[in-house]
Design a protein around this ligand. Structure first.
Ligand code: ZN
Length: 78
């Protein structure tokens, strides 16, 4: 399987707008990210939890499509 990177947006937990973190800064557990839209502070750990759930769905979806492709190829050969 080819390498594929998945990008999951971090979204504000309050207004659902995509968070634009400071790219120069590496966020770590316990940090608070201020939303540029509503200015609420988002807990980094909570954001990662949400992003991880979304990521899992993306990967599962991708894996399913790859399996379908492989099956189709397998049947074509016959
Ligand atoms: Zn917000």
């Amino acid at each position: 399987m080819k390498d594929k990177s998945f990008t999951v947006e971090l979204k504000c937990l309050f207004c659902d707008c995509p968070l634009e973190g400071d790219t120069e800064k590496e966020y770590v557990s316990g940090d608070m990210l201020e939303c540029q839209n509503c200015h609420e502070l988002n807990d980094y750990d909570a954001l990662i939890d949400v992003a991880a759930e979304e990521g899992k769905e993306l990967v599962a979806d991708y894996a399913q499509k790859e399996i379908e492709k492989m099956l189709k190829k397998a049947f074509k050969k016959k």
